[in-house]
Design a protein around this ligand. Structure first.
Ligand SMILES: [Zn+2]
Length: 137
């Protein structure tokens, strides 16, 4: 007789909160002022958004930050019934950034130029950016 493999399907909640740290704190503060802040590695120069406290390439602590323009290009996207996620290359960054994307009169395609649309009331959240809209062109 073989052993049966029983399972129990259950949904569990694990509330969790952690300190943002200096890099993400700079990022969140910037969002309240409609600014997108990147970290800049002092050794290799890699610019990351969201900012990192240390560089994953050369393992250096990162203490330099730079404000980006917020504009970028759409690297990839995926649509569900009513929303589209976009992978965005922000101008001046070496990493990609994931957020909602809306065509908003522009044409949604790889390489489309995008810019952030900010919420009027911001709360130091990634959702201070309502979405990125595709610029016509
Ligand atoms: Zn580095």
């Amino acid at each position: 007789m073989s052993a049966a493999h029983w399972s129990v399907r259950q949904r569990i909640e694990i509330p969790f909160q952690y300190t943002a740290g200096p890099a993400v704190t700079r990022f969140l503060q910037g969002l309240t002022d409609q600014k997108i802040v990147a970290s800049v590695c002092s050794k290799c120069g890699r610019r990351s958004v969201p900012p990192l406290s240390f560089c994953g390439r050369c393992w250096q602590p990162v203490t330099e930050f730079r404000e980006l323009t917020g504009t970028g290009q759409l690297l990839s996207y995926s649509s569900s019934a009513d929303r589209t996620f976009g992978l965005i290359h922000l101008d001046g960054a070496d990493s990609s950034f994931l957020h909602w994307v809306v065509a908003d009169g522009g044409r949604l395609k790889i390489g489309s130029p995008v810019e952030p649309v900010w919420r009027s009331e911001r709360s130091a959240s990634i959702l201070d950016i309502e979405h990125f809209r595709v610029l016509a062109g």
